[in-house]
Design a protein around this ligand. Structure first.
Ligand code: AMP
Length: 570
């Protein structure tokens, strides 16, 4: 029986086309156990606020907002959207916003207006936004005018004239009709009664937010996050970390990414903590904010950022003593980085594994060094389930053996949005998500912990930003001088991985440089972070016994070349 039929038969109640619901008996069990509350995400977030009205909710280098002010602004934004835009409950809106207070207000405002944020990033190109907007049927886009080179409003208008989206909201910059301005929306919401906001009548079983998967093959997929489970994801994380009023949390990666929302923004707001939002992850900004705001937790530091901190002389003198939870995640952590952080900066790390599809693991605070340096710990919810399976199959790997990490639980999706074919092999028959990550189970100090030991999915993890090889290859192949293309990860000391393109020339066509290939791909709207950073030419691509491009051979080849080059340059 095709797996999609199994999902179609399950009697989940969300019932929305393209959404794979949790089976009804399982949803009921999650509610009965108290994991799911039966309330919507904005209801949960709003309900926590009055208890902390006088506390600081958000700090950015530009402003500090208390809980009362933050939620009042979000309510105005929600009411203003209803009054002055054509956007209605159930509509999806693309976000191209950086780490500024307006992003948080607009995100909360959309939730309260019953509008679904699509968590795209300001780094995404016109092409990705267009593909994803069509996929979810987005009707609007919120763009930050002063993000980097100020190109986002222009890109948004290009999408509108192409018929991809209807409404554009411009934040932090000039706008003229038919654009809507963020400030005008707030103005239009002035004086509205929060009791009339649409979120009071939403169905908690429905989609609250569209997150982007970093973890599959092919084009980026969309993870539909439902009200109840997304709220639970955040509260389970806050509980695992012991956050409470008085906790200060510093976050420096893009806030709209699933990690930003689920390990920083939502858990901080649910627990009455203060979120400090760094505008960028540059080490100077980070050290300034650590010294001025004295955070207790930095809930996601990619190994690449840890290396930058180690390389930064100022780190040696900075006062880092407030940080009790310095949590490394997003990429495989080489244990020597953990040791250097300990020895050179006096930092005791924890590790975290997580993904837009759900499932978070974290090492316990008092775990041994063996546990904290070599594993990503244990799942954050007692109802999370993990199986380590033979890749693509259903046979369990023995303890200590490598297999594919497969996960299921009260905040892990049951299927990508509108992706029936892909879902048929991305999930097991009984609803475990096949992550494409390789993992092992270990018994350490009486606990079962997991280590991440590689990847089978065709994704390059560039300093936590994911590059889907197939997406880039498909665009490269449009170049008239290219007959074959394979994008593979090359090791990088700072970012962990970068993309290297192996190309086969078309007949006697001239070879492309990295810059020429980059110009070509950018002209097609590809995000800059996805551009190949090295080009290698081959007469033909090596093939595996089953006729697929042998990417492992190419990865080994480029790793050897780089090792040879760095050896030669010593
Ligand atoms: P995203 O959905 O963008 O958050 O990416 C999730 C993916 O990032 C996972 O499936 C892994 O491939 C990778 N990842 C996240 N955390 C870790 C970690 N601690 N170690 C190794 N890989 C990780």
């Amino acid at each position: 029986m095709p797996k999609s039929t199994v999902f179609a038969r399950s009697t989940g109640s969300a019932g929305e086309e393209g959404l794979v619901p949790y089976p009804a008996d399982i949803s009921d069990a999650y509610r009965a156990a108290g994991f799911w509350s039966g309330r919507t995400l904005p209801t949960e977030l709003r309900a926590a606020a009055p208890q902390h009205a006088e506390r600081t909710a958000l700090i950015t280098p530009e402003q500090t907002l208390g809980y009362r002010e933050l939620f009042a602004a979000a309510e105005k934004f929600a009411a203003g959207l209803a009054a002055s835009s054509g956007l209605r409950p159930g509509d999806a809106v693309m976000f191209q916003m950086g780490n500024v207070a307006e992003t948080v207000i607009a995100y909360l405002g959309c939730l309260m207006a019953g509008i679904r944020p699509v968590c795209t990033l300001p780094q995404h190109g016109v092409r990705e936004i267009s593909v994803l907007a069509r996929h979810v049927g987005a009707r609007g886009l919120i763009a930050q005018a002063d993000f980097r080179h100020g190109k986002l409003p222009e890109h948004a208008r290009e999408l509108r004239s192409g018929g991809v989206i209807g409404e554009i909201v411009i934040a932090r910059g000039p706008s003229s009709a038919p654009d809507l301005s963020y400030a005008d929306i707030l103005g239009a919401g002035e004086g509205a009664d929060p009791a009339d906001l649409p979120y009071h009548t939403l169905d908690p079983r429905q989609i609250a937010v569209f997150q982007l998967s970093g973890g599959t093959t092919g084009l980026p997929k969309v993870a539909p996050r439902l009200h109840e489970e997304y709220a639970y994801n955040a509260s389970a994380w806050a509980q695992a970390l012991g956050w409470a009023p008085g906790t200060t949390v510093l976050y420096a990666l893009p806030i709209m990414h699933n990690a930003g929302i689920s390990v920083a923004l939502q858990p901080a707001l649910l627990s009455g903590a203060t979120l400090v939002l760094a505008p960028s992850a540059d080490t100077g900004t980070l050290l300034d904010l650590i010294e001025t705001t004295r955070p207790d937790a930095i809930p996601l530091v990619p190994p690449a950022l840890a290396v930058r901190l180690l390389d930064e002389p100022r780190s040696r003198h900075a006062d880092l003593s407030s940080v009790t939870d310095f949590i490394i995640g997003g990429q495989k952590l080489p244990p020597e980085i953990a040791e250097r952080l300990r020895d050179e900066l006096g930092i005791r790390i924890r590790q975290k594994f997580g993904m837009a599809e759900g499932m978070f693991l974290v090492t316990p605070p008092h775990g041994s060094e063996r546990m904290r340096h070599h594993t990503v710990g244990t799942p954050i919810s007692p109802a999370d389930e993990i199986r380590i399976l033979e890749p693509g199959g259903d046979t369990e790997a023995a303890d200590g053996e490598i297999g594919e990490l497969c996960v299921r639980g009260p905040y892990t999706i049951r299927g990508y949005y509108r992706a029936e074919q892909h879902n048929a092999h991305a999930f097991t028959d009984d609803g475990f998500y096949r992550t494409g990550d390789l993992a092992r189970r270990h018994a350490i100090d009486g606990m079962t912990c997991y280590s991440i030991d590689g990847r089978i999915k065709d994704v390059i993890n560039r300093g936590v930003e994911k590059i889907h090889a197939e997406e880039v290859e498909e665009l490269i192949l449009r170049h008239p001088h290219v007959a074959g293309a394979a994008l593979v990860a090359m090791p990088d000391r700072v970012l962990g991985e970068r993309g290297c393109a192996y190309l086969v020339p078309e007949h006697d066509a001239p070879q492309l440089t990295v810059a020429a290939l980059g110009d070509f791909l950018r002209a097609q709207g590809l995000a800059v972070y996805k551009l190949p950073e090295r080009v290698e030419y081959l007469p033909s691509l090596p093939l595996s016994p089953v006729g697929k491009v042998a990417k492992k051979t190419l990865r080994d080849d480029i790793a050897d070349s780089l090792a040879g080059e760095s050896g030669a340059s010593v």
